[in-house]
Design a protein around this ligand. Structure first.
Ligand SMILES: N[C@@H](CCC(=O)N[C@@H](CS)C(=O)NCC(=O)O)C(=O)O
Length: 328
């Protein structure tokens, strides 16, 4: 005999909301209002430094293809032409284990790690924080140099110019640093992390506040991009790299899964062309693995998509369409 519908619904709701809250608080720590609080990164050494001199093929990046923060590092590595200087190791999320696991453990064979938490523990015995990507790794001393994408991309921009195929490309030029920093601060809080504040909100109030901020900033950016090609004028900077990795995931994942659904990026006149422009810069498309983005977000964030169904769309052929922004 089936349970009466009211009893079934009530029981399922009570069990599911209790479990949902428990899982959300593990996955996405929040404050008293239910707003998501992103933990700090932890490893903040730099290259070059006394401990870590700039050298070719000593350092390695550990990345996940779905991750927007790791994607920043892949883009700067591609733009600067550091592919042979800084090798990468790719990790994939394991929904069941709730952490990143190595695709090819042989790349870090000597460490004998299968998962990112094991890897962090090797680098720093007793490590208790989040085992996040990206990681900038020193294969000589077996240590994590830095695990904050915002800092890693500055290192990649500056430290390896003796070997880079594009040494003259400066994505963080001194004369634009003031502007870049202002954009970075706003875009990090309201867009890069803003979309997570929507998706990981545990109350309606926290979700709505975050969602409003996402679209307020996107509106401002769209206006800015009406008259200039990039955020700080006519040259690409780290501010654009940092924005792009969120925008390329927006219609694919954040619009549906994180409920950032007031508008799609495709609906913005200037932002949509801007995404196409950056996507079509040389070597960038190869860093954008849309299937991995879908799989990682929809397949692994269990509390947000318990059925695990991965959407078919959206159709992204438009990314290859002309953008006409060279004229700006
Ligand atoms: N502040 C870090 C954030 C990195 C981050 O949150 N990465 C996510 C993947 S998108 C992660 O590895 N999460 C694993 C976890 O929190 O356990 C950065 O920008 O590098």
């Amino acid at each position: 005999m089936a349970l009466p519908p009211t009893l079934l619904i009530r029981t399922a709701k009570t069990i599911w909301t209790t479990l949902w809250r428990m899982m959300m608080s593990q996955m996405a720590p929040s404050d008293r209002t239910g707003a998501y609080q992103r933990p700090n990164s932890g490893f903040c050494d730099r290259i070059p430094s006394e401990k870590f001199p700039a050298t070719a093929q000593r350092y390695r990046l550990i990345v996940g293809m779905g991750c927007p923060w790791a994607h920043r590092t892949l883009i700067v590595r591609a733009l600067k032409g550091l592919d042979t200087i800084i090798p990468i190791t790719v990790v994939s999320p394991s929904g069941d284990e709730g952490c990143w696991v190595f695709d090819h453990p042989s790349a870090i064979e000597s460490l004998n790690c299968r998962t990112m938490p094991q890897f962090y523990a090797k680098a720093q015995p007793g490590y208790q924080g989040r085992a996040t990507v990206p990681v900038l790794w020193d294969s000589q001393t077996n240590t994590i140099i830095n695990n904050e994408s915002a800092e890693i991309i500055e290192i990649l921009n500056n430290a390896f110019n003796d070997w880079a195929t594009q040494p003259e490309l400066d994505l963080y030029p001194a004369k634009l640093q003031g502007d870049i920093n202002v954009w970075n601060e706003r875009i990090y809080a309201t867009v890069n992390n803003g979309v997570y504040r929507c998706g990981f909100a545990q109350t309606q109030v926290a979700y709505e506040a975050a969602c409003n901020e996402v679209f307020e900033t996107l509106d401002v950016i769209d206006d800015t991009l009406a008259s200039q090609r990039y955020l700080c004028g006519n040259r690409l900077t780290l501010a654009d790299v940092r924005l792009f990795t969120t925008l390329i995931r927006f219609d694919v994942a954040y619009y549906g899964l994180f409920k950032c659904n007031r508008r799609r990026i495709a609906d913005y006149e200037h932002l949509s062309g801007y995404v196409r422009d950056i996507y079509q810069l040389s070597n960038i498309a190869a860093t954008c693995d849309v299937e991995a983005i879908k799989r990682d977000y929809f397949g692994n964030l269990f509390p947000l998509n318990p059925g695990g169904i991965i959407p078919v769309g959206p159709d992204l052929v438009a990314l290859k369409a002309p953008h006409g922004r060279e004229q700006l």
